[in-house]
Design a protein around this ligand. Structure first.
Ligand code: FPP
Length: 249
């Protein structure tokens, strides 16, 4: 891992290559303002627009957003419909601007339970932007990590792989994230400290950052704080850091 030093001479880690965000707190943001939950999600979508630009501007190559979990289908109908409508709206309004900015759009999760038109819109956006390389924006939509792992195991069995040929690398190739590096930093807004079935395999060594701001209030300054906190972490991947003896003589 290469490092740099800040003005106090403190060693800073490289910026994260892949940032993944659990966008939490839209409902509480709306409640505080006497608005409906769907209005909170609409404000959440507005925030996605600015945060994507912020991380792209900071040179982050992969940004992954948890927008709809496999469990979110259990929410009231009007809320589910609003979340489905917002993804359609986002794809309609944002695909071309993102394409022009060199951003690749990627989907993580199940497609089979989404309405046909939405499935088509996702495929078109992914196809149009597939050669862009400034940043890959992955939207986890109808995504759940456990079901992703179960699907991967089923596909491995269906492909007839023998036990000795199954490694961590093989497993990773069968996940929705096969074209992404593991996240370096997982951010959760809304003050909670849970992974909530998000990237359980992939986040094995990610740094976790919890922001108390509701997602619609998680602006550029909040995002900069997350990057700053990350830069001060020591990533050891289960090993000792160089020069660290931990009391060994
Ligand atoms: C969690 O807040 C957020 C979600 C379940 C959905 C996130 C969706 C968006 C940010 C907007 C739509 C985005 C796309 C790409 C279509 P919560 O509702 O659980 O908030 P609460 O914990 O305060 O109730």
């Amino acid at each position: 891992m290469s490092t740099s030093q800040d003005t106090r001479g403190e060693t800073l880690a490289d910026p994260p290559v892949h940032v993944a965000i659990i966008m939490d707190g839209n409902g509480r943001w709306a409640e505080e303002r006497g608005l409906t939950r769907p209005e909170g999600h609409a404000a959440g979508l507005d925030n996605i627009r600015r945060i994507v630009r912020f991380f792209a501007g900071r040179g982050v190559k992969y940004l992954t957003l948890f927008a709809f979990s496999t469990e979110n289908w259990e929410r009231p109908n009007d809320e589910v419909e609003s979340l489905i409508g917002l993804l359609g709206q986002a794809l309609r309004d944002e695909t071309l601007p993102l394409h022009e900015e060199g951003i690749r759009i990627n989907h993580l999760g199940r497609l089979d339970r989404l309405p046909d038109a939405l499935r088509r819109a996702i495929r078109e956006s992914v196809e149009l932007t597939r050669h862009n390389d400034r940043m890959t924006l992955s939207v986890a939509y109808d995504y759940g990590s456990r079901s992703e792992i179960v699907n991967a195991v089923r596909a491995i069995v269906a492909d007839g792989l023998l036990p000795h040929s199954i490694s961590e690398e093989v497993m990773a190739r069968y996940l929705y994230t096969s074209c992404l590096p593991d996240p370096d930093l997982v951010v959760r807004t809304g003050g909670e400290m849970r992974l909530s079935n998000f990237l359980l395999w992939q986040a094995a060594y990610a740094e976790f950052y919890s922001a108390s701001a509701w997602w619609p209030d998680f602006d550029e300054a909040e995002a900069a704080k997350a990057l700053d906190a990350y830069s001060r972490r020591r990533r050891r991947y289960g090993r000792l850091a160089p020069g660290e003896t931990r009391g060994n003589r």
